[in-house]
Design a protein around this ligand. Structure first.
Ligand code: ADP
Ligand code: MG
Length: 366
């Protein structure tokens, strides 16, 4: 029996950072880097990983015959368990995982792994789910596997991606539409080389702070609160300064997503100049109001701007991780080299750059 091939991409969020905490909009793109699974249907699940070694050996419904699943096998077990709850017939999968997506740099290799496993398990069992149902199952699997309270962005982007387009996703209603990127645009991602140690604790603290801010607005729909109202509440003392700053970020960031979408849809020279400003404002808002940037991310954004990026900002969970820059495809490699060599002169951290294109989402390839 010849093996099937399944593929799920990583993602980068262009703008709309942390807005999922209030059901706001995000604007990710799927990448041309991702996780590949080559496998056949089998009685049990038995997968090995080319990158990390080890095996995920489980029953077809995700339970472990012996010890509890460990390491990356936890993600496989969790996806199988979530799909079993949705009624997937217990058909196993035997084969190999391989990936060209860097692990642990914020391009969401964990979501790509979950989604690739999900697509493969559904296929071998002849079980079909809508892309967003599978995204939600994969997101629940991330919680189940490692307890990370992530939003829907990573898994949805991996499933919904389309070549040449970003995906405008409303994380509240899950409505989405495609936003074509200007012809000839590349996505440059530069990993600052500083691991995101504080990310999960930092995220939980921010969640609590945003909750406190929303409580001051009682029954209001967070998406209708304006920056001017936040200023007024802070001036009156109804909102403490930290809660005000956190809410100001998510509210203003939602407005920036919609502005970026308008600019991308009409990429005149003037609009591309404005795009650069909106990305810079977004970065500044994460730095000043959300307080999740780092000196390395600030420095990389500056270097990208100085060296000809169309727009640049931090991306992902913050407290380390990566920046994203938009650049003309013919200039992206040169930009990456300039940024890396200037960064090396100033920081100890080892940075890495990836030039990507917005790409199609997860699928069965053969
Ligand atoms: P990120 O999602 O930002 O890359 P995470 O820490 O959330 O970082 O997820 C990384 C984890 O995902 C790895 O530690 C591993 O458990 C799993 N993973 C990612 N890629 C692979 C792979 N190719 N093979 C096995 N496990 C993988
Ligand atoms: Mg992850």
């Amino acid at each position: 029996m010849s093996a099937h091939v399944f593929w799920a991409p990583g993602r980068v969020n262009l703008i709309g950072e942390f807005t999922d905490l209030v059901g706001g909009p995000v604007l990710p793109a799927a990448l041309d880097l991702g996780v590949r699974i080559e496998a056949v249907a089998a009685d049990e699940i038995d997968l090995c990983s080319h990158e990390l070694g080890g095996r995920a050996h489980l029953t077809a419904d995700g339970s472990s015959p012996g010890d509890e699943a460990e390491g990356w096998a936890r993600y496989v077990a969790a996806v199988a368990a979530e799909l079993a709850l949705l009624g997937r017939p217990a058909v196993g999968l035997e084969g190999e995982i391989s990936s060209n997506l860097p692990i642990g740099t914020g391009l969401s290799s964990s979501a790509a792994l979950e989604v690739a496993v999900g697509v493969a398990l559904c296929s071998v069992a002849g079980f079909s789910l809508e892309p967003l149902e599978l995204a939600q199952a994969a997101r629940r699997a991330e919680h189940r596997a490692v307890g990370v309270p992530c939003g829907i962005l990573d898994q949805a982007a991996s499933l919904l991606g389309r070549a040449g387009d970003a995906v405008l996703l409303d994380t509240g209603s899950l409505a989405y539409e495609y936003v074509p990127l200007p012809e000839g645009i590349a996505l440059l991602i530069v990993d600052s080389g500083v691991s995101r140690r504080l990310e999960s604790s930092g995220y939980a603290v921010r969640q609590e702070e945003v909750g406190r801010a929303l409580a001051a607005f009682a029954e209001r729909d967070p998406r209708e609160i304006t920056p001017a109202e936040i200023d007024a509440y802070e001036a009156k003392g109804t909102l403490d300064p930290i809660a005000a700053r956190r809410l100001r970020h998510v509210v203003s960031e939602g407005e920036r997503v919609h502005e970026v979408v308008r600019l991308l849809r009409e990429p005149s020279a003037a609009n591309l100049r404005r795009l650069s400003e909106v990305f810079a404002e977004g970065h500044e808002s994460v730095r000043r109001d959300w307080e999740a940037s780092t000196p390395e991310l600030d420095h990389l954004v500056e270097l990208a701007q100085e060296n000809g990026a169309l727009a640049a900002r931090m991306t992902g969970g913050g407290f380390g991780g990566s920046i994203v820059a938009l650049a003309w495809a013919g200039e992206a490699e040169g930009l990456a080299d300039s940024v890396l060599s200037a960064y090396e002169g100033h920081d100890d951290a080892q940075a890495k750059a990836y030039v990507c294109r917005a790409s199609d989402g997860a699928r069965q390839i053969s």
